[in-house]
Ligand binder design. Structure first.
Ligand code: F6R
Length: 607
């Protein structure tokens, strides 16, 4: 979703702005723009296309202070006139990520004051509001006054034509970081935009407003009090955001899963036993009091929660429900203060998940645990307990390594909960730890099936629909496979628990409807086989991802991908990878933009 970069320095910062936007491309966008102050004037360049095009258009633009933006349309179609930065009377320029909910009312008031609107965006009201206050004070004071009139979420960057050495930035509900350089300062939506210039970062908090000058910066909290925030050294490695030998980030990230799993499980695999403390010091007190679990997440992260429900109920014997975060806060639920509320999020900034967490807290839940891939993200900061998945930066819009590491984290939660509830004896704990240690190697073996999966993908290139089947804890994996396929190949795909097929969807099955099935060698195998027969009997084309010894054989209309082994409870993690690869290779056949599928954003920071 929208990306922001801003800089104030003693050098031409246009290359920094363009490079920063290139690093933020993965978030998803439809237009881009930048503005700098040059010889007392705002010079703005915008483009409906890619950042590379903006780079070409701005090749002769120069300035020591500037702001830049990639836009993911919310108010107004993707177009150059709606692209940020937005300006007010050639004096104030603003970039914005988020949604201003009262923009219509503000627009009416500002129009009455004589301000002319040149875009359909909610952002333009911010520029005019700041302009309307600027005559009475500094850029900082004018911005603060404008912000006090806004309802909604924002991260903003502001510059003024007559103020060539200053940039004002603020955040509330949308992410923004401050980068501290040597006599130069920066802002960015995430660290990947800033790594080119600094590793020193200040994570701005909700309601913070910051004044950036060349030699110093000042931060004001939500109450307007000047505050010091710690400067942290980012551990993000520049290489981890490079594509390297791979064709796409998605492919790279699929192949990073063995390492990501090893890193996520590192502390546990090196120890001899599991302790609640891996979820934060307070977990020792909280976990024994927990009566049930409520998991809140969106999309792929929600699928991870759905798998965990099977584990938590079966292994730990603890009741668990999983809710779509965007639905939870709008329904009347019955809170129980002894519920552990678990939010799962790759980015830690997903507006729906964040709002669900806040709703849970507002209704009396104080036991909150975040499972998240981004340290210092809003969801991490707003939760009492936390577990950081160590997948590294995920650039491809379709989530892959974040998902499998979320599953690993949720399996650890299951084991710790089981232990706290006296449902895990020493021998079983050691057995599970052994299986977890083996997981990265097992994943490596699954990824070696890539050529066979690439071959299989050819059957999908001319298809418009696909069904995905799974049973038990593999049903959410089938759902994840369907989500991956639709996201990046634009083939309509739906997942069903295999037993549900005959209750309706079987009517869809014919030779043009590929049916993908996850077939682990578990207690539901025989039932699944009967369901597959139902498909075969109706002329459906089956693509079965079958564990060893399942005795499902290839025949006319039945294509088999033989999985190397059966991994017991960890099987959902291993069955995910071939479905990711299938979606990836189908997308290649279809020639879609794999890493940046149409209409989607990586970090969904608006509701
Ligand atoms: C799908 C995908 C999305 C995200 C969802 C939640 O590939 O990436 O469905 O899983 O938008 O995002 P996070 O996990 O960042 O909260």
């Amino acid at each position: 979703m929208c990306g922001i970069v801003g800089a104030v320095a003693k050098r031409n910062i246009v290359p920094v702005l363009v490079n920063g936007l290139l690093r933020l491309e993965y978030r998803g966008y439809d237009s881009a723009g930048l503005v700098v102050v040059h010889e007392g004037k705002l010079e703005r360049v915008r483009s409906e296309g890619r950042v590379a095009e903006l780079g070409q258009k701005s090749a002769n633009t120069q300035g020591d202070v500037g702001i830049a933006h990639t836009r993911w349309a919310t108010h107004g179609v993707p177009s150059e006139r709606n692209a940020h930065p937005h300006m007010s009377r050639e004096l104030i320029a603003v970039v914005h990520n988020g949604i201003i909910e009262n923009y219509e009312e503000l627009r009416t008031e500002l129009t009455a004051q004589g301000y002319e609107f040149t875009s359909d965006t909610d952002t333009e009201v911010i520029a005019h509001l700041i302009h309307s206050h600027y005559a009475q004070g500094s850029l900082l004071a004018a911005t603060k006054m404008a912000l006090s009139q806004l309802v909604g979420a924002y991260a903003i960057g502001v510059i003024a034509a007559d103020n060539p050495h200053q940039l004002i930035a603020a955040r509330k509900g949308s992410p923004l970081l401050l980068g501290v350089g040597d006599s130069e300062h920066f802002v960015g939506s995430d660290m990947s935009a800033l790594l080119q210039v600094t590793r020193n970062v200040v994570y701005l908090e909700e309601g913070d407003v910051v004044e950036l000058n060349v030699d110093n910066y000042r931060i004001f909290d939500a109450e307007g009090t000047e505050v010091q925030r710690p400067v942290q050294i980012s551990e993000l490695n520049n290489d981890s955001v490079e594509l390297g030998e791979y064709q796409h980030y998605m492919q790279k990230e699929i192949h990073e899963q063995p390492q990501a799993l090893a890193d996520t499980l590192e502390s546990v695999c090196n120890s001899q036993s599991l302790v609640p403390g891996i979820f934060g010091a307070e977990a020792n007190d909280i976990f024994p009091r927990v009566e049930n679990i409520l998991i809140l997440a969106c999309g792929t992260s929600n699928h991870a929660g759905q798998v965990a429900r099977y584990w938590l109920e079966e292994i730990a014997g603890i009741p668990c429900i999983v809710e779509i975060a965007s639905e939870y806060r709008y329904r009347t639920s019955v809170p129980n203060p002894k519920t552990l509320v678990v939010t799962i999020s790759q980015s830690g900034e997903t507006a729906d998940t964040l709002a669900a967490l806040n709703h849970a807290k507002a209704t009396g839940h104080s036991y909150t645990l975040a499972i998240c891939n981004v340290p210092e993200s809003a969801i991490i900061r707003q939760s009492k307990l936390r577990f950081l998945t160590r997948a590294g930066p995920e650039i491809g819009v379709a989530s892959t390594k974040a998902f499998t590491t979320q599953l690993a984290a949720l399996f650890l939660l299951t084991l710790v909960m089981a232990k706290v509830r006296d449902r895990l004896n020493e021998a079983r704990e050691q057995q599970f730890l052994h299986e977890l240690r083996h997981l990265p190697a097992a994943m490596l073996k699954v990824l070696a099936l890539e050529p066979q999966i690439a071959e299989m993908s050819k059957h999908f290139a001319d298809k418009h629909h696909a069904l995905f089947l799974g049973r038990g804890m593999h049903f959410p994996i089938a759902a994840e496979g369907a989500l991956k396929l639709k996201e990046i190949s634009y083939i309509h795909a739906e997942a069903y628990p295999a037993g549900e097929l005959k209750h309706g969807p079987l009517a869809l099955v014919d030779k043009d409807m590929p049916v993908v099935s996850v077939a682990p060698n578990d207690t539901l195998l025989e039932k699944l086989k009967s369901n597959l027969q139902e498909v075969k009997a109706r002329g459906g084309q089956l693509f079965v991802f079958a564990d060893a010894n399942t005795h499902i054989h290839a025949s006319e209309g039945v294509h088999i991908l033989q999985m190397p082994e059966h991994a017991g409870f960890l099987s959902p993690i291993l069955h995910t990878a071939p479905l990711q690869l299938l979606a990836y290779y189908v997308a290649l056949q279809k020639g879609t933009d794999v890493d940046k599928p149409r209409n989607l954003a990586k970090s969904v920071t608006v509701e």
